[in-house]
Design a protein around this ligand. Structure first.
Ligand code: B12
Ligand code: SF4
Ligand code: SF4
Length: 423
């Protein structure tokens, strides 16, 4: 992991990028540049007058403090915010624990809340045995999907950035942690189906609170076995390319990872370690081809932040990484919408045809179809059956009864649409 922030890439001891990029379907151009955390939209909302506003201040404030007057709109009442903020509480406790040291662990800084690494090491029979054990343990701690990839410096932020002191600092992941365990935790389907709403932000909060428990526990387990390990959520590096390399899923038009198990409805975390483990390979199940014919996220995004065309190396502003041919989202527009509605958004997750519960066999058939030449049929079915529609937040509060009413409402609107189709 060499010098902390070299402007050029140190590839010594790194995997053969050409080979792994081909497997992952990454198109890295000659003008590639690593990303500085200071330029992500959240960080810019603290130092850049183009993003920072009275409304953005209020947006952050209402994650901690009540609004003076609550909105009456369904999904934005005091109860909705009370629940959303409580789901963030566990994650917030970890994040705020070292604020007096100018650290916001899990978001701008990797976690440092551990007991020491054991002096004696447990040895594994083989890297495969080690990988199996760690995946099993991560799942016991609550991870839904786990993959392992080799440390790849390209995705590490060149610098991290403090929202508090507004200073750039070196990325301080210790040297020699050559393996990255990437975890995905599912987010709640029904909560996400209420977006746009403050209530839907509870899926995000729950995701981070679960994430924090999983990554911290896995890291401590590795340390108890005598290996160095550092847990991380959004800090230090880019989760999506690492998750793709670790075989957790494919990249979608909406700029998110699409997993086979939960589609894009996941939160990602990672643990850097020096325990040698067998690596996973990228997974392909037809997402790129399906996104080629689908535009549900492009159309669904309230501020048209998601591209319509083929992948390109176009960037919208300083908040996009340079030199990668991919689908890229306009983060300024996206965050602008969050600030305007005073909560985060997941409409692109809600409307994505891969946002299904794949423990049900029928949806697995649909996912299989989406990966074949019958993908247009699958897409038409998905649209006609009305998937991705919004659930009224007040129905969510009614529990099973509300879910049932929502089903009936969907059925009635389906009949109405059928009539319109046939007339
Ligand atoms: C900052 C940020 C945002 C910001 C701003 C992004 C920006 N451009 O600054 C905004 C407000 C837009 C945002 C929105 C959302 N985010 Co966000 N975000 C992040 C965060 C913290 C940092 C990413 C970053 O630095 N981006 C800046 C540059 C690199 O952006 P970019 O060039 O546009 O690249 C994006 C993608 O193309 C991809 N990417 C980057 N490099 C490469 C390289 C290759 C080869 C490929 C294929 C992809 C890829 O990752 C970037 C994600 O922003 C990550 C956590 C993390 N550390 O990765 C979560 C993260 C990406 N967000 C996440 C989610 C879920 C969301 C939302 C749905 C909100 C929500 N309710 O949770 C929306 C979705 C918007 C969308 N369609 O992309 C998840 C994604 C999970 C998944 N299934 O993939 C992450 C990983 C958080 C987590 N811990 O799970 N986010
Ligand atoms: S989170 Fe909302 S605003 Fe942002 S890209 Fe997705 S749909 Fe658009
Ligand atoms: S909504 Fe459609 S185009 Fe967008 S990511 Fe999902 S499958 Fe791809």
């Amino acid at each position: 992991m060499s010098a902390k922030n070299p402007p050029t890439l140190d590839t010594s001891g790194m995997p053969d990028f050409d080979k792994t990029d081909k497997e992952a379907d990454f198109e890295i151009m000659a003008d590639f540049e690593r990303f500085n955390q200071k330029n992500d939209v959240f960080r810019r909302s603290w130092w850049d007058a183009n993003i920072r506003s009275e409304k953005s201040r209020l947006f952050y404030k209402t994650y901690r403090e009540p609004l003076k007057t609550w909105r009456k709109a369904d999904g934005f009442t005091q109860k909705d915010y009370a629940f959303r903020n409580a789901t963030w509480h566990v994650s917030d406790l970890f994040t705020e624990m070292k604020e007096n040291e100018d650290r916001r662990e899990g978001f701008t800084d990797a976690f440092t809340l551990y007991r020491d690494v054991a002096k004696e090491k447990t040895h594994f029979e083989s890297p495969e045995a080690a990988a199996n054990e760690i995946k099993n343990i991560a799942k016991r701690f609550g991870a839904d999907i786990v993959g392992i990839t080799q440390y790849d410096e390209r995705w590490l932020y060149t610098q991290k950035f403090s929202d508090m002191s507004l200073t750039e600092r070196p990325n301080d992941i210790p040297d020699g942690l050559k393996y990255v365990i990437v975890t995905a935790q599912r987010m709640d389907h029904d909560l996400i189906s209420t977006v746009p709403s403050a209530l839907s932000g509870a899926a995000t909060g729950l995701g981070y609170s679960h994430d924090a428990t999983v990554v911290l526990s896995v890291a401590q387990y590795l340390r108890n076995l005598g290996y160095n390990a550092v847990a991380s959520m959004n800090d230090s590096s880019l989760n999506i390319p690492m998750a793709i390399q670790a075989g957790l899923g494919e990249y979608g038009r909406h700029g998110l990872l699409i997993t086979k198990e939960f589609g894009p409805r996941v939160r990602l975390g990672k643990i850097y370690t020096d325990l040698p483990m067998a690596l996973d390979k990228p997974l392909h199940f037809g997402v790129k081809e399906f996104c080629g014919i689908c535009r549900a996220c492009t159309r669904g995004c309230p501020v048209k932040a998601i591209p319509d065309g083929a992948p390109t190396n176009q960037t919208y502003n300083q908040s996009n990484i340079k030199g990668i041919k991919k689908w890229t989202v306009n983060g300024e527009k996206c965050f602008g919408y969050w600030v305007a509605q005073n909560s985060d958004c997941s409409v692109c997750i809600r409307v994505c045809p891969y946002n299904k519960d794949y423990s049900k066999w029928l949806y697995c058939v649909g996912r299989w179809l989406a990966g074949t030449r019958l993908r247009s049929l699958m897409l038409t079915l998905d649209i006609k059956l009305g998937y991705g529609r919004r659930m009224q937040p007040k129905l969510w509060w009614q529990g099973q009864r509300g879910t049932f009413i929502n089903l009936i409402l969907n059925f009635l609107s389906l009949r109405k649409r059928k009539k319109n189709f046939s007339s």
